[in-house]
Design a protein around this ligand. Structure first.
Ligand SMILES: Cc1cc2nc3c(=O)[nH]c(=O)nc-3n(C[C@H](O)[C@H](O)[C@H](O)COP(=O)(O)O)c2cc1C
Length: 193
């Protein structure tokens, strides 16, 4: 299935063609694939090169995966099992000097963006989720104090059949991808109006 963005200006095909599916092909994600994805995340820029991101990688069929699955919102539990791998993301809240690092969520986002575009180049789709009980995930995975679980990410090769989804999910899967126009969020010399 192709859900290429209908862009105002030409962008790289890796960005244009990325989307967030709720269905995946049955193809296995190998350890090499995962290492490549995390290597891409590793080379993201970050404020002061603090690299505040952390990831917990979970394979379907393991007890650890089941624990993470139990932390997901019901809406996400309905489809996430279609992906063979689940990742929990987190960031470190403080700088080494003990200051709040408010750039840390930004840097985690950059690492995930790197991972997502590397994945796209490999035919792998990722679907990020805020819909999880992060406090429960912190407890279940004994996350040390000072780190904040942020999202879960479903990872699998693009593919699968929308007919395997329930009606509501199938509808959103087939919907056109939309964005605000560039002019709405970019201001030239002034706040965007
Ligand atoms: C931080 C973040 C949280 C998200 N949370 C969820 C979620 O809980 N469940 C879900 O189905 N999609 C979730 N999404 C996916 C977005 O809905 C999706 O990226 C957006 O609709 C744009 O679609 P596209 O990625 O296909 O372009 C999330 C995406 C991001 C980046």
């Amino acid at each position: 299935m192709n859900k290429s963005a209908n862009t105002e200006y030409v962008i790289h095909e890796l960005l244009r063609d990325r989307w967030s599916p709720r269905m995946f092909s049955g193809e296995e994600i190998t350890d090499d694939d995962l290492n490549t994805l995390f290597e891409a995340a590793r080379w993201a820029p970050s404020s002061n090169n603090l690299q505040p991101w952390r990831f917990i990688c979970l394979r379907q069929g393991t007890p650890e995966y089941d624990k993470a699955f139990d932390c997901l919102a019901e809406f996400n539990q309905r489809w996430v099992g279609n992906a063979p791998v689940l990742i929990l993301t987190a960031y470190k809240e403080k700088t080494p000097k003990g200051m709040d690092n408010f750039h840390a969520p930004h840097d985690l986002g950059l690492a995930v963006a790197n991972l997502s575009i590397q994945a796209q180049a490999m035919g792998i789709a990722i679907h990020q989720m805020a819909g999880l009980n992060w406090k429960k995930a912190q407890e279940v995975f004994n996350v040390p104090e000072g780190f904040h679980i942020t999202t879960a990410i479903a990872v699998g090769f693009y593919g699968g059949d929308p007919d395997e989804l329930d009606d509501e999910l199938k509808k959103s899967e087939l919907k056109e991808r939309k964005r605000k126009p560039v002019s709405e969020f970019v201001g030239n010399g002034q706040w965007p109006s």
